[in-house]
Design a binder for this molecule. Structure first.
Ligand code: SF4
Length: 270
């Protein structure tokens, strides 16, 4: 793993994500090395020869955070990296950024797979508005180990949601990415709804670089699902997603849950 510190002029970028005004990614690269990492396209904007997942650039900014434009806006921390990856333990870049946001009336969503976020509860509780978004797409830890080999276990993530919730910090369970017929959305909701304030759902979106890797894995490990995955990701048939979306929405309405569905159609393969 190549680790280096780089100097940046500013942490804040304008966002291209829906319903998000600004993003902060305190690191470039992500040591969690998820098999399906959507952020891997970022490698082309770096000078790294190492594969995505084999390097991390730790961003250091000498200036205080310019929070002027953030007032009344929405800010996502961790759109293309995990802001609580293992290097955060040593460098505390995310912690330092949050510290500087305390006095600003901005709505902050922190997206992570790591229990390290609980370290910063002292600051999180002082923010104007915050949601901590933990990604979980299965309770099967052997599946987790296959597709997210260096990310914290599901048990640790669940415990983190519980700890944050019990401390009054709003929690979101981000079911992402949903693997057809592997992710059991109802079971995940049923076992977490006592300490999750909101659910977000995102479908598996396979693009060029990692598409075949994920498909090969599914074909080998779940041969019964081969035809379904071919139908969705090779023949671009979206009917599975449309049907699943309807099921999720109906279930969430019946259970009176707060939820958002971020399904991408037409880009399910590439
Ligand atoms: S945690 Fe997110 S950014 Fe990191 S490797 Fe996994 S998908 Fe990519």
């Amino acid at each position: 793993m190549k680790e280096q510190v780089i100097e940046v002029k500013n942490y804040i970028s304008k966002s291209n994500l829906p319903s998000t005004d600004f993003v902060i990614n305190p690191y470039i690269g992500c040591p969690h090395k998820c098999m399906y990492c959507y952020a891997s396209f970022m490698k082309r904007f770096t000078n790294h020869l190492e594969a995505w997942g084999d390097f991390v650039d730790v961003k250091i900014c000498g200036k205080p955070l310019n929070t002027r434009n953030l007032c009344g806006k929405n800010l996502v921390i961790g759109s293309v990296t995990d802001p609580y990856n293992i290097y955060e333990k040593k460098y505390e870049i995310t912690r330092n950024i949050l510290h500087q946001l305390v006095a600003t009336p901005v709505s902050v969503d922190i997206i992570t797979k790591s229990d390290l976020v609980a370290r910063d509860m002292d600051i999180l509780s002082k923010l104007h508005k915050v949601k901590v978004v933990l990604s979980i797409n299965s309770f099967d830890d052997s599946f987790r180990f296959d597709v997210e080999p260096y990310a914290p276990s599901i048990k640790r993530r669940i415990q983190t949601l519980r700890t944050l919730y019990n401390s009054g910090i709003p929690t979101v369970l981000f079911m992402s990415p949903i693997f057809p017929e592997i992710t059991d959305f109802k079971r995940i909701i049923e076992e977490t709804k006592d300490f999750v304030c909101e659910y977000w759902f995102e479908n598996l979106n396979l693009r060029s670089a990692y598409k075949q890797r994920v498909l090969d894995y599914v074909y080998k490990k779940y041969p019964d699902l081969m035809f379904l995955y071919q139908d969705i990701f090779v023949f671009n048939n979206n009917s599975y997603w449309l049907f699943l979306r309807e099921k999720i929405e109906q279930y969430c309405r019946e259970e009176s849950l707060n939820y958002s569905v971020f399904f991408h159609y037409g880009r399910v393969s590439g």
